[in-house]
Design a protein around this ligand. Structure first.
Ligand SMILES: [Zn+2]
Ligand SMILES: [Zn+2]
Length: 397
């Protein structure tokens, strides 16, 4: 956490019907002091700005991701120094800019509502990643969320959003559009951006088919909405009652089929034949989905995704079980399935995703908690509560 220098603007922007209020010298943060222990709510010095790209925000919403659970368990490298503040998907209001700036270098002003993705903090600007604008939905040249100097990102190996005030790199944040609230935006910043970008990278056209394995989870239920509303034909698969219930509760167009992966009549062969019949395909090899997105950390899910995909299709991997995935050389060589991975997404993808969410009404299914209830949230997460669990800082105040 930064500890030096002062900011010029040390008052909060006025909200409706209230005057601006001073930024406190100390504020509260949830600290992970030891791995595999609950977070502790502590008073800490309110962070200050010591980099010309940084801005100070008052956090309004902070969403919990599976990676937070892995960091708290000490599983994900690089491990953060302790105490650590988790959360890499959050939203807030800009309350201070670096000394001498009335509008930040990246265009933000005090009072602007921003959304924070954990990646892309303090990039170098001139490495291979920062220089590469060839990918699907790339960042502008000179900036990349994959820059090695930005580490694993805010909330992973640097302090994140489970606190009242946070310093973020103004280049890594997105402007929250009118029509989206902080609690709606926060869960989009890792889960939403990851699955949105992955679907876009598949380069599918309207009417093509995609399977989403783990469709009732945090990323999955957003993926169902994005893919369906992009005009793809979607096969959503999950295996638990709660996840299937969540997926089926979404308001989706009729180009989506949700199936229980445990049900024997939903074997890959039957599903592919049914799709092939609908598509008028002659050969079994050509029947099935054009791409499958693998969300669970499960070899069974990976295998089913491959088995559902037509020859020449693509497997998009978004999870990383410690033991890895085994792939069949037959699938890759003879069936020519390609396997690709994807991590979070660029600022350009973030902007496009926000626009898509506003236009098509895509929202995460939320359960919100007061700021003081983070450990309750974590407990509920581990009990398998479906949807996205989000701290709403204004709740109960
Ligand atoms: Zn770089
Ligand atoms: Zn995440």
């Amino acid at each position: 956490m930064s500890t030096t220098t002062t900011t010029t603007t040390r008052t909060e922007p006025p909200s409706t019907n209230s005057p601006s209020k001073p930024i406190p010298s100390t504020s509260r943060a949830w600290l992970l002091k030891a791995f595999n222990q609950p977070y502790e709510l502590c008073d800490i010095p309110t962070p200050t700005l010591d980099d010309p790209h940084d801005i100070l925000i008052r956090v309004t919403a902070a969403s919990y991701c599976h990676t937070d659970a892995l960091v708290a368990q000490g599983i994900v490298p690089p491990l953060p120094p302790l105490p650590h503040v988790g959360c890499h998907e959050y939203a807030g209001v800009v309350v201070a800019l670096p000394e001498g700036q009335s509008v930040a270098t990246h265009g933000f002003k005090v009072g602007d509502h921003v959304a924070v993705s954990g990646r892309g903090n303090h990039v170098c600007g001139d490495c291979l990643e920062c220089d590469d604008d060839s990918a699907v939905l790339p960042d502008a040249k000179g900036y990349s969320v994959y820059c090695p100097s930005s580490g694993a990102g805010l909330g992973v190996d640097r302090p994140g959003g489970f606190r009242e005030y946070a310093v973020v790199d103004g280049r890594q944040v997105g402007r929250v559009p009118a029509g989206l609230k902080g609690v709606e935006v926060a869960p989009l910043m890792c889960a939403g951006l990851t699955i949105y970008t992955a679907i876009r990278k598949l380069n599918l056209t309207q009417g093509q088919r995609v399977a989403i394995l783990g469709c009732g989870g945090g990323l999955g239920h957003l993926g169902l909405q994005f893919a369906a509303k992009m005009g793809l034909r979607v096969l959503g698969i999950d295996i638990t009652g709660r996840a299937l219930e969540l997926a089926r509760s979404l308001d989706l167009p009729n180009n989506v089929q949700i199936v229980d992966g445990k049900d024997e009549k939903n074997g890959a062969e039957q599903l592919r034949k049914a799709m092939g019949q609908e598509d008028g395909r002659k050969y079994f090899d050509q029947m099935g989905v054009d791409a499958a997105i693998i969300l669970p950390e499960s070899q069974k899910a990976f295998d089913l995704g491959c088995a559902l995909t037509r020859n020449g299709g693509k497997i998009m991997v978004l999870s990383f079980p410690p033991e890895g995935f085994h792939f069949s050389a037959f699938d890759v060589v003879i069936r020519r399935l390609s396997v690709e991975g994807s991590l979070i997404g660029s600022n350009r993808a973030m902007e496009e995703m926000f626009e898509f969410c506003v236009q098509h009404g895509v929202r995460a299914k939320l359960t919100t908690y007061a700021f003081e209830d983070l450990n309750q949230l974590v407990e509920d997460y581990h009990k398998g509560k479906p949807g996205k669990l989000v701290i709403d800082v204004g709740k109960g105040r």
